[in-house]
Design a binder for this molecule. Sequence first.
Ligand SMILES: Cc1cc2nc3c(=O)[nH]c(=O)nc-3n(C[C@H](O)[C@H](O)[C@H](O)COP(=O)(O)OP(=O)(O)OC[C@H]3O[C@@H](n4cnc5c(N)ncnc54)[C@H](O)[C@@H]3O)c2cc1C
Length: 386
Amino acid sequence: MGAGPAGLMAAEALAQAGLRVVVCDAMPSPARKFLMAGRGGLNLTHSTPMPRFLDAYGDAAARLAPFIAAFGPDGLRGWCHALGQETFVGSSGRVFPRAMKASPLLRAWLGRLAALGVEVRARHRWTGWEGAALRFATPAGDAVLAPRVAVLACGGASWPRLGSDGAWAGWVGGCAPFAPANMGFSVRWSEGFRARFAGAPLKRVRLRAPGFDAMGEALVTAAGIEGGLVYAASATLRGLAPVTVALDLRPDLDLAALRARLGGGALSLANRLRRAGLAPVAIGLVQEAVRGGAARDDLAGLVKALPLRLEAPMGLERAISSAGGLGWDAVDDSLMLRGRPGVFAAGEMLDWEAPTGGWLLTACFATGRAAGLAAARFAAAPCGDG
Ligand SMILES: Cc1cc2nc3c(=O)[nH]c(=O)nc-3n(C[C@H](O)[C@H](O)[C@H](O)COP(=O)(O)OP(=O)(O)OC[C@H]3O[C@@H](n4cnc5c(N)ncnc54)[C@H](O)[C@@H]3O)c2cc1C
């Protein structure tokens, strides 16, 4: 169920084990979120070595570890290469296919699956259980499938218009509520700032907040602030907003050096900030803060710790991923649903979250493969009871 990275990986494992495989997806074509992920450069995985790689999964690291040990960053890269898609490690340690996009990889993968006899049924929306079988809404009306084994890989609940709407949580027990993950935050910009700077990148800034301190890039949007650094802070800040964070707009200069660069008070605020090398958007941010009441007598202090009030997390509809989903207590160590023999779950449907940087897809591929292999073993067992 679900023709995303996790479902297709499960299908590959099942088909290679010799089973006849049907992949049902609600959408008119497969892997829409995967294709969307490739739009800004498909970040497949990360080169951070084990065991540090696993730290990114927080509380879920121990449950995900065996699946990622079996098929982790190296396995994933080898799998891509076998599909004719070379990969490379970017300067930040992130791993991308040379083509950067998802479409060539997906095309080659679907070709391999078709050669293995995997049938993809589009516009087949899973709508619930019919006893032990699965009920679907299809263009030809309702249908019921009773496969020997099933892998559920319906994704999380972010970007629902790409297919993963989380509706399945209504009939699959043991789900933690969904929350946006790797999302931006809304900010009340002034009209002038919004009109001038929406879409402007904030390069190399440092963000400090309770429980978070890191450098990176952010992006000013019409509604607020997004980008890698904000996504990295999002799990920490999600429950705290509205919250005021501190932005260091010149993290490469210490206070004394910045004070020297800013010069004396004879110049206008904008000119002093320009002299200190601040980009127009960063100058705009300082001016916003001053308009909002921030004291300007210690300008260097303000540039090093600019208060920015994040009003609320952006919603699931534009979050990169979601937290919540099928709880780890609802599945056994082989990812089989407790109380539903022969039904397995994989991918973002499971309750884990991770930062951007390739950790999301790595866990989806790893759990998809593990669930497919476990389902194949279950199907091959003499009594079908594993
Ligand atoms: C803009 C964006 C950029 C991203 N960039 C990256 C990146 O660079 N690196 C990275 O690691 N991750 C990235 N991600 C996250 C990554 O794409 C997801 O984590 C991954 O696609 C999840 O895989 P999945 O197979 O679990 O679920 P999905 O890819 O969501 O696939 C689930 C499938 O199930 C189908 N489905 C859902 N419900 C039903 C139902 N009831 N019946 C039938 N079918 C159903 C859906 O139509 C969908 O095709 C990005 C996400 C977004 C939105």
